[in-house]
Design a protein around this ligand. Structure first.
Ligand code: ZN
Length: 382
C-alpha cells in the first residue's frame, strides 16, 4: 500500500536540506509544512522540535524520529544505484534519521489517502538528537498523550525490534600536574600526560562484557616539548544495559584516575554525567506485541535485539512513554559510506502501518469483549 516513489522523493528532498545539529531551522520548517499539507495539527517548539497530531480510534501511539545529522552533512548529494541510496562520498547520507522522518510522513499520508483504520498518532520529530538527545530532553512530555510509541532511528535487518538500550555515563577529567622546564629542572615538574597515560593504561576499556562497554575518546594537553605539561583533559564514556554494571565500570575508571594522580602528587577534577538512562522491554509489553504483529504482517520474522546506542527512545522511556526502535534499514551511519535500500525503507513503512492498524483492530476487538488479538509471541528472536 505504501507509495515507494513518493517515499523516495520525500527522502531525497529531506536529505538535500542541510541540518547539522543545532542548525535545524530550515528542515524543521520543511517537515512542519509537510505535516500541515496533510491537514494535521502541527506544533513547533522553541527548540525546533516538530509535533504533529492525527486523530484516530483507541490508544494514542507516538512515532519518533530526529531531523538533525552528524557532520559532514552539508550539501548532501544523494546517488541512487540499483535501489540503494548513498551520498557522493563526501558527506554522510543523513538517512540517520531522515529515513525515519520519511517513513513517518509516508505512513501518515497513506493512512489519510486510503482512509485506513488507525489509532490517534503523535509524530514527534526532534532536533539535536546527535548531541546528547538534547531535543528530546527539552520536550514538554506533559503535552503528549501517548503511553507507547515506535522509534524509527535504528539500522540492522528489517524486522529488528530493539528491546533494550544501555545506560550511558560521560566522564570528563582534568589532570593537573606541575609545569617545569623540561631540560633545566624536569624533577620539579609533575607530568600530567604521564599521569593520564598511566591512569588510562590501568583502566579496563573496550568491551567489558556482553552488555557493557567503555571508551576514552579524547585526550588533550601539553603546549611544547620543552615544558613538563601541567594539564591534561580526558573525555570518555561507559555504557551498560545493566545499571549496576555501569555504576561499577564508571567508578573503576574514576578510581584509576584518582589513585594514579595521588601516587604522582597530581590532582584530578572529575565530572561524571549520566547522559541517558537505559530501558528494557519484553515480549509481554504491548508496544513489542504490536510491532511483532506488524513485522509478521509483512511476512517477516521479528528479531528482538538489544542495542548498544542511545536514542530519543531512552528519553521517552525515562519519562514514562514506552517507545522502542525498529530498523529503518540505515547502514554505516555516521560515516561517509552511509547507505540505505529503498526496499528496506518501504518495508519498514509497511511494518509501521501494519502495527498501527493492529492497534486499532485490537481496540475494536477489545470493545466487543473478544479480547485483544495479539499474535503468537513464542520463539521471537533468541
Ligand atoms: Zn540517529
Amino acid at each position: 500500500v505504501i507509495n515507494r516513489d513518493r517515499l523516495l522523493d520525500t527522502f531525497l528532498e529531506l536529505v538535500r536540506i542541510d541540518s547539522p545539529s543545532g542548525e535545524e531551522a530550515a528542515i524543521s520548517a520543511h517537515i512542519a509544512n509537510r505535516f500541515r499539507e496533510l491537514g494535521l495539527a502541527v506544533e513547533i517548539s522553541e527548540a525546533g522540535n516538530v509535533i504533529a497530531r492525527m486523530d484516530g480510534e483507541g490508544e494514542s501511539i507516538l512515532l519518533s524520529a530526529h531531523m538533525d545529522n552528524v557532520m559532514p552533512c552539508r550539501g548532501v548529494k544523494p546517488v541512487i544505484e540499483e535501489g540503494v541510496i548513498r551520498s557522493d562520498g563526501t558527506t554522510v547520507l543523513g538517512g540517520d534519521d531522515k529515513a525515519g522522518v520519511a517513513v513517518i510522513l509516508e505512513v501518515l499520508q497513506t493512512i489519510l489517502e486510503k482512509d485506513l483504520p488507525h489509532p490517534p498518532v503523535e509524530a514527534v520529530i526532534t532536533v539535536s538528537e546527535e548531541v546528547g538527545l538534547a531535543g528530546a530532553k527539552h520536550l514538554d512530555m506533559d503535552k503528549l498523550r501517548s503511553k507507547i510509541g515506535i522509534g524509527l532511528d535504528m539500522g540492522g535487518e528489517i524486522g529488528s525490534i530493539a528491546i533494550s538500550a544501555p545506560y550511558h555515563d560521560n566522564i570528563r577529567a582534568v589532570v593537573r600536574g606541575k609545569a617545569a622546564h623540561a631540560g633545566a629542572c624536569p624533577e620539579e615538574g609533575i607530568n600530567a600526560i604521564v599521569v593520564a597515560a598511566e591512569a588510562i593504561t590501568n583502566m579496563r576499556i573496550g568491551r567489558i562484557d556482553e552488555e557493557t562497554t567503555a571508551n576514552i575518546g579524547v585526550i588533550q594537553g601539553g603546549t611544547a616539548t620543552n615544558i613538563v605539561p601541567d594539564r591534561v583533559e580526558i573525555k570518555g564514556e561507559a555504557r551498560s544495559r545493566d545499571e549496576e554494571k555501569l555504576r561499577a565500570q564508571t567508578a573503576s575508571m574514576v578510581e584509576s584516575l584518582r589513585r594514579t594522580a595521588q601516587r604522582h602528587g597530581a590532582t584530578v577534577d572529575i565530572d561524571v554525567h549520566r547522559e541517558y538512562v537505559g530501558y528494557s522491554l519484553s515480549e509481554e509489553d504491548r508496544i513489542v506485541q504490536l510491532l511483532v504483529q506488524g513485522v509478521r504482517a509483512v511476512g517477516l520474522e521479528p528479531l528482538l535485539v538489544p542495542v548498544g546506542g542511545g536514542s530519543d527512545a531512552n528519553v521517552f522511556n525515562a519519562r514514562g512513554i514506552q517507545v522502542t526502535n525498529i530498523s529503518v534499514g540505515m547502514e554505516k551511519v555516521h560515516t561517509t559510506e552511509e547507505y540505505i535500500a529503498l526496499d528496506d525503507m518501504a518495508t519498514c513503512a509497511e511494518i509501521v502501518l501494519a502495527s498501527l492498524q493492529a492497534a486499532t483492530l485490537g481496540h475494536r476487538l477489545g470493545k466487543q469483549g473478544g479480547g485483544i488479538a495479539y499474535g503468537r509471541h513464542h520463539g521471537v528472536g533468541d
